[in-house]
Design a protein around this ligand. Structure first.
Ligand code: 5GP
Ligand code: ZN
Length: 134
């Protein structure tokens, strides 16, 4: 009982710290309230495997702070946006897809195919991609 209350308080505090949204599934994964296969976590970003992978490797890299999409980015976000790419490089290396190559995708808005409105970079690899895109 006391333990559950303690976990609730910790998760509340981390939500306040990262401006998280109660209703956002990726905020819930970042805070640990929802489960996902986490492959990387630091003070700026979290990476986890996509629930419906479209390739052998399909990882989502998200800011810990709730940011809706590229449309709502501000200049203060440039630091972690750059960091996302070095995290992508590290994960690609760990998943063994660096040599073969991979694709990084940021869907933005309805026309861009975005379905979860917490900015995320898809890291997809492990097979030859098809062209053209779109
Ligand atoms: P979007 O279409 O917004 O670019 O991508 C959203 C991605 O999030 C999709 O590939 C979808 O499979 C993934 N996704 C949605 N809900 C969950 C979830 O609860 N857990 C995980 N791991 N991935 C999710
Ligand atoms: Zn969120």
């Amino acid at each position: 009982m006391l333990k559950a209350y303690f976990i609730h308080i910790i998760s509340r505090l981390s939500r306040i710290r990262y401006h998280m949204s109660d209703s956002c599934i990726f905020c819930r994964i970042v805070s640990g309230e929802s489960t996902a296969e986490i492959v990387h976590r630091d003070d700026q970003v979290t990476a986890f495997r996509d629930i419906h992978p479209v390739g052998p490797t399909h990882i989502l890299i998200v800011p810990n702070r709730h940011v809706e999409s590229v449309n709502t980015l501000e200049s203060a976000d440039e630091q972690w946006m750059g960091h996302i790419f070095t995290v992508a490089r590290k994960i690609a290396h760990e998943d063994g897809i660096s040599r073969g190559g991979y694709r990084l995708i940021i869907n933005t808005g309805i026309d861009g195919g975005q379905t979860v409105f917490h900015l995320h970079v898809h890291l997809i690899g492990g097979g030859r991609m098809k062209h053209p895109m779109g």
